[in-house]
Write a protein that binds this ligand. Sequence first.
Ligand SMILES: Nc1ncnc2c1ncn2[C@@H]1O[C@H](COP(=O)(O)OP(=O)(O)OP(=O)(O)O)[C@@H](O)[C@H]1O
Length: 366
Amino acid sequence: MSSELVITNLMKSYGAGMKPAVNNVSFTIEAGNILALLGPSGCGKTTTLRSVAGLDHPTGGTIRIGGRLVADPQNGVFIAPQHRNLGMVFQSYAVWPHMSVRENVEYPLRNKKLSRKDIRAQAQEALELVGLQEYADRPVVALSGGQMQRVALARSLSYKPALLLLDEPLSNLDAKLRIRLRDDLRKIVKDAGVTALYVTHDQAEAVVIGDRIGVMKDGQMLQHDVPTELYNNPRDLFVANFTGAATVLDIELRDLENGARDVFVDGYPERLMTLPADPRAPAGRAQMAIRPENVKMHAASSDTQPGRHEARVLQRQYLGTQTLYTLSFFGQNMDIVELGTVPRFTEGENVQIEFPLECLTVFTKQ
Ligand SMILES: Nc1ncnc2c1ncn2[C@@H]1O[C@H](COP(=O)(O)OP(=O)(O)OP(=O)(O)O)[C@@H](O)[C@H]1O
């Protein structure tokens, strides 16, 4: 039975005078959903996961799994990890090397009050879920790293936990396998219908695996949203940069009478565009984030159409199916990516660029 996870105002300090590793974090994972916790090293992802697991004692806030309070330090509540009904998969291949694949998966079931037949059946079901039924009787050490992680996953799912916790489970695998396994992993977790918390510092992994993504920095949750919202409407520059490539331009916003704002890019004499009113971006110094795929490039022309601006190609990187350009736009560098197998522009060439309004995100200067 999968369960909802509700975390409210979670705090974890490792000592007096130290910055809290987790600072007032709240989020909910609805039953059967996957939340990817994403952030750079040291931002508090693992501490959050370990607090849910019961491996760390939080110093404040509450954690509820399926409605049951498992941690509430203010009121002295702390349920031990083995009584939280959790599945866990970590970076290291936590398999027992002297056992077969099936024995590994059956192992946690032996502590439950189940008949031999039921243990077999539940282990078999978990092995089928991860696609390892044909490997059941092999020694686990004869498997590849990716297969071992499947065994670890099958073992965690075999007893149908309320919640599955995964801490960078793919990071010991080589890049190609990691990409293949992240799709499989999402499918397996969704097929199992289990609620999952997935910790990663890899943006692509978070997008592929998470129904929602929580971006953390310095112990805090900056934004918690579905992947498309995070990518298209990041709440601040850190989120914009961490969820994908972005060019950041320094700009000035000038008020117009109707509440709209004119945008001036530093070093560019003309008005770049007019933006509709947006309470997140008051007049004054600001920054604008632009995704590289959202800028349109056109050949240089003597008559500049409205909305097009002069720029120069500094660098071109041809990647087969797409080309990455770095442009100079009035002294500020800008990255643009164009799909297509034949690059349209060369280094040193003058071009015109166009910014679709709906693809811009503006932030007050930080
Ligand atoms: N046992 C500990 N004692 C003291 N400080 C700790 C301990 N564990 C973690 N920290 C600190 O807490 C902060 C958060 O660490 P945490 O491991 O949760 O980050 P993370 O985002 O998971 O990073 P990584 O991806 O590197 O594992 C860091 O500043 C870390 O140094």
